[in-house]
Each structure stands twice: as C-alpha cells, then as structure tokens.
Design a protein around this ligand. Sequence first.
Ligand SMILES: [Zn+2]
Ligand SMILES: [Zn+2]
Length: 197
Amino acid sequence: MTESDVLRKLGEIENRLSNLENGKSEKKIVKEDRTEIAEEGKLESSEMSKENGMVKVKRVPVCDHCGHQLSAFSICKRCSKKLDEKCSIEFRKQVICPDCLRGIYPLSRQGFKIMLIVANSITNQGDITRISGIPKNDVKEIVQFLIGSGYLESHMIRGHRLSERGREALFAYSQLWGGTGDMQHLDGEIKRFVFEQ
Ligand SMILES: [Zn+2]
Ligand SMILES: [Zn+2]
C-alpha cells in the first residue's frame, strides 16, 4: 500500500464517520412530538417524517364510536371500527357497533321501551302510555312503526307480541341501552305494574 493509498483510505473513513455523525445529529432534532387520535379502524402507531428534523407522532387508540380511550377493544365485524366494551354489541355470535346495529334494525329509544313493555305481555296502549310516560299519540304511531318493521306481530286474542325479529332487536339493543338510568326506571315501572295486576 503506497502512502497515497493510505491517505485515500483515511479520507474515506473520515468521510464515513462525519456522515454518520451528521445523520445522528439530524435525528436528534425532534421538531415536533405530538399525540393524536388514531384513525378509524386503526390502532396506535408512531410515524416519523423528516423535514429538517423529525416529527414523532404517537397515535392513541380510541373507541371509534364514542371516542373513549381504549385499553381493551373489539372490532366491528361489519365496518371494522374499534370498539370499547360499552359500544360492542353481540349480534348473531359476532361483535358489531351501534351504527351497524341501527342499519340492520332501525329503532328509537322510545321504540325500544315499548318493545320492552310488550315483551312483558303488556299490550294495552293505555297501559303502555302510563308505564312508559310516552304520549298516547306517539305510542300509537310507534306501535304502528314496530308492526310495519316486523318487530311486533298482531295477535287476535293476546294483542301484540314480539316477533322473532323483535326479540333479536330487543336483545341487541338491551346491551346498548339496558343499563341506562331511564331504562332502569322503566324496568321498575314494569315490575310495579305487573305486581299490581
Ligand atoms: Zn365506545
Ligand atoms: Zn360497525
């Protein structure tokens, strides 16, 4: 190896070292370090983009339905939304979200309340009005909707009763609304009515 060869080698090594150092110092500049909500259907991830430095993004996984931060989660089988426990609905042995349930079985809270009352074999519209606190005309309209949607069947002798479809909808929605204050109140009203009969 001649002296000029050695000098060339040394020059190369020096270049490489300074390149490495530059690279390192470039990486040390964190321009931004932010935390964001993970996109719908996505879990946490961090991303780095370089523009005179580095941008660190930590994505926090949240329930795509209610926005609560997730520790444990499930995924809606139909739309792939991430769901916390409160927003996970068991439906035909799969987990779905409240929006997908509404797509399958459109139902209002008032409709749910009336179905819950009918499920307890209370079919007189006056009784339903009294127990639910829903105005009489609205009860009439909602019952028509429930029949039209196939949730309720008319029965000559026993009045209205839940269809198979109605029972499935009731079970699905009870996972969503069953524990809420107004439903617990309704449950108490139904029990009192049944007891008084
Ligand atoms: Zn949720
Ligand atoms: Zn869904």
